[in-house]
Design a protein around this ligand. Sequence first.
Ligand code: MN3
Length: 240
Amino acid sequence: MEKSRRKFIRNAALLTVAGAGLRLVGTQAFADSPQDDSGFLFKLPALPYGAAALEPYIDTQTMEIHHGKHHKAYVDNLNKALKGSGLTSDSLEDLMKNISKYSVAIRNNGGGHYNHSLFWKLMKPAGGGNPDGQIAEAINNSFGSFKIMQEQFNAAATTRFGSGWAWLIADKGKLTITSTPNQDNPLMDIAEVKGTPLLALDVWEHAYYLKYQNKRADYVNAFWNVVNWEHVNSLLKAVK
Ligand code: MN3
């Protein structure tokens, strides 16, 4: 009697362990989904160059804080907001295209993560100059000249009230300039003007205030010295 009771307790304990094991297997199976509490869906990408690489146009301290604090916070808060959202896709682009179905926190932080991940790649040390290749041709076809495109982009960037972004986008074979508030972008289904982003400029004060203070126009002009036209060309080639 005593023996069989001990055996029963031991078997019950084994069943509990087996149950825990099953739950572990279950967690592993969903390791890439936001429902998983043990891991994060999105990660902060490393900068494609050093924080000082864009000097003197964009200063080191701004780059460090912008990437290490601001962008990191968007990633962390996006992962937090995604928990329990029922989202199963890990494609940030798909998330943007269906953003109206999600919470404001997912819109703001998902947009923040998408926009900044793109922005870092659109700049490089010793960049700038005139666009070349396919993008140069597309700019001439849509705007008449690079200078006219630049003027429209600068106007979008300097007149965006408050925080937001200026964009060069492709839509139905044509390039357009637009701007968005907060961390919205032209991929979002809620965007006023939709299209595929080719060039982006962050005009939040955190992007320029340490060096340029209230002179947003000076920061916008400086941006043209670090544009990575190779990356803009690769984004244009990928447009369907
Ligand atoms: Mn920013």
